[in-house]
Design a protein around this ligand. Structure first.
Ligand SMILES: Cc1cc2nc3c(=O)[nH]c(=O)nc-3n(C[C@H](O)[C@H](O)[C@H](O)COP(=O)(O)OP(=O)(O)OC[C@H]3O[C@@H](n4cnc5c(N)ncnc54)[C@H](O)[C@@H]3O)c2cc1C
Length: 416
C-alpha cells in the first residue's frame, strides 16, 4: 500500500493531525492498534485553550453536550492541609476520554482521512536515513505501508519514537500516574477539583522528597450531585525509587494517612480499579521531527512540565505539523531542515508558558514552605482569585525572583 501520509495513533494528537492534513487535500491513512472507542487513563480535563480547535474541527457542540461537568473552582490543599479555593476563569470541560477521543477521531474521518483500527505499527521503514513508511500487524497479519510522511502520534509508550532516538527517559521528569473512577464522595460540590499538594504526610526523608517534584493527588468531581470523581496521582520515577515505593503503594498510603483523603473519600469506593500509565513531560518542546517524520503529543514528551496537561500540546501539534507538511508536499522536500519548522512553531506557542510552569514546579509546588506561604498569601489577598494560574501568578513569581536574585527566601515576601 502507498499513501501520502500515515498517522500512527488516533488519540487527540493523531486525530487532529489527520483532520488538518486531510483538510489540506492530502491522502491520509490513520491507524490505531485498539478497537474504537478506546479507553485512555486521564484526568479527563479538556482545557479551554482547546475550544478554538474544537470549533475548527466542527466538534465543539458535540463535545459540550457530552461534558460531565465544568471545572470552576480549584480547591488547593497545601502542607498541613491548609486549604484555599481558586476560581478558574476559563472553565475546563470534564469529558471521559473514551467518549471525547472518539468524537475527535470521527471528525478526522469526516474530513477525508481513512482509518484502520486493530493496526499496530511495529517499525518504521527507513531508507538512506529517511522515514519512508511503516511495517505493522493488521488483524495480526504483517502489512507494509509506504508513505512520503509519517506522523508518529502513538502516545507515551511509543517504541516507534524510540526507534528514532526520540524518547524521554529522565527519571526526574517523566511520571507514573494512576487514576480510577470513584463514587460515594462526601463534602464536595459540583464544578470542583481538589488538588492536594501535601507532601507532609509522605513517609521518609524530607530532603529526598523536596529534591523531587511532588505532583498533587487530584479529585475531579464529575457529576451534579458531587458524589462521583476521577481520582488519581502521579509521581516521578525518581521519587518513587527514592522511597522504594510503587505508585499503588503510595496511593494507598495517602488514602490511609491523609486527613484530606478521609474527608472526601472515607465512605467512597473505586468502581473500576486504579489504572496506571506513563506520563512523559519536558521543560521545553523537545525535538519532534526527523527526515520524513513528525512526532507529536505524548510520543514527543509534550505534556506540560507542571500540571501535565497533554491534550492541548498534542492537538496543537497535530494542527501545526499539518501546516508544515503542506509546504513539504508543495516542494516535495521532507528533509529534516524543512520539517524542523514544526519544532520552531510549536515551541513559539508553548515554550514561554512552560518556562513559567518549570519555575512553578521547581520553586513552589515541590517546596513545602513555599506552598504553605503561597496559600497564606492567597488567603490574605481576595483580589487575586486567579493567583495560581493566570498573569497574577506570573507577576508574583517575577517579583519573588527579582527580590531574591533567583534564590527563594521563604517568608515575608509572600505576604507583603
Ligand atoms: C493519569 C493521567 C492523567 C492525565 N490527565 C490529563 C488531563 O486531565 N488533561 C490533559 O490535557 N492531559 C492529561 N493527561 C495527559 C494526556 O492523557 C496525554 O497527554 C494525551 O492523551 C496525549 O495524546 P496523544 O494523542 O499524544 O496520545 P494518546 O492519547 O495516548 O493516543 C495514542 C494512541 O496511539 C495508539 N497506539 C499506541 N501504539 C500504537 C501502535 N504501535 N500502532 C498503532 N497505534 C498505536 C493508542 O491505542 C492510542 O489510541 C493525563 C495523563 C495521565 C496518565
Amino acid at each position: 500500500m502507498k499513501r501520502q501520509v500515515v498517522v500512527i495513533g488516533a488519540g487527540p494528537g493523531g486525530s487532529a493531525a489527520a483532520f488538518y492534513l486531510a483538510k489540506k487535500g492530502l491522502d491520509v491513512l490513520m491507524i490505531d492498534k485498539e478497537t474504537w472507542p478506546r479507553e485512555k487513563v486521564c484526568g479527563d480535563n479538556w482545557q479551554a485553550s482547546l475550544y478554538p480547535i474544537f470549533r475548527e474541527m466542527g466538534v465543539y457542540e458535540e463535545l459540550e453536550a457530552n461534558k460531565q461537568s465544568e471545572l470552576q473552582v480549584i480547591t488547593m490543599v497545601g502542607p498541613g492541609e491548609e486549604t484555599v479555593n481558586f476560581k478558574v476563569e476559563n472553565a475546563e470541560w470534564l469529558i471521559p476520554r473514551r467518549i471525547a477521543d472518539d468524537i475527535i477521531r470521527r471528525a478526522a474521518v469526516r474530513a477525508g482521512a481513512d482509518f484502520m483500527e486493530l493496526f499496530e505499527a511495529t517499525e518504521l521503514i527507513i531508507k538512506k536515513g529517511q522515514v519512508k513508511g511503516i511495517r505493522g500487524l493488521y488483524n495480526n497479519r504483517e502489512i507494509t505501508v509506504e508513505a512520503d510522511l509519517v506522523v508518529i502520534a502513538n502516545g507515551s509508550h511509543s517504541l516507534i519514537a524510540r526507534q528514532l532516538g526520540i524518547f524521554n527517559n529522565d527519571p526526574a521528569s517523566y511520571m507514573f500516574a494512576i487514576r480510577g473512577y470513584w463514587e460515594g464522595l462526601e463534602n464536595t460540590v459540583d464544578g470542583n477539583c481538589i488538588w492536594i499538594y501535601d507532601p507532609d504526610f509522605m513517609p521518609g526523608n524530607r530532603e529526598e522528597i523536596d529534591k523531587y517534584y511532588f505532583m498533587p493527588m487530584w479529585i475531579n468531581i464529575i457529576n451534579k450531585e458531587a458524589t462521583q470523581a476521577s481520582v488519581g496521582c502521579c509521581l516521578s520515577e525518581g521519587l518513587l525509587r527514592a522511597h522504594n515505593m510503587s505508585l499503588d503503594g503510595f496511593h494507598n498510603y495517602w488514602l490511609e494517612h491523609s486527613q484530606t483523603a478521609r474527608k472526601y473519600l472515607k465512605n467512597a469506593r473505586c468502581v473500576d480499579g486504579m489504572k496506571g500509565w506513563r506520563l512523559p513531560c519536558a521543560k521545553q518542546i523537545e525535538k519532534n521531527y526527523a527526515p520524513g517524520a513528525f512526532i507529536i503529543g505524548d510520543a514527543a514528551s509534550a505534556p506540560d512540565p507542571c500540571y501535565y496537561y497533554g491534550i492541548a500540546p498534542a492537538m496543537y501539534g497535530g494542527k501545526i505539523c499539518a501546516d508544515v507538511a503542506e509546504k513539504a508536499f508543495a516542494e516535495n522536500d521532507f528533509s529534516a531542515e524543512t520539517l524542523s519548522e514544526f519544532h520552531t512553531l510549536l515551541g513559539k506557542l508553548f515554550n514561554e508558558q512552560w518556562s513559567q510552569y518549570v519555575s512553578i514546579r521547581e520553586n513552589i509546588v515541590s517546596k513545602r514552605e513555599i506552598s504553605r506561604n503561597l496559600i497564606k498569601f492567597a488567603l490574605s489577598k481576595p483580589e487575586y482569585p486567579n493567583i495560581y494560574f493566570g498573569a497574577t501568578f506570573g507577576e508574583y513569581m517575577q517579583a519573588v525572583l527579582k527580590r531574591t536574585d533567583g534564590h527563594f527566601a521563604f517568608g515575608s515576601h509572600l505576604t507583603d
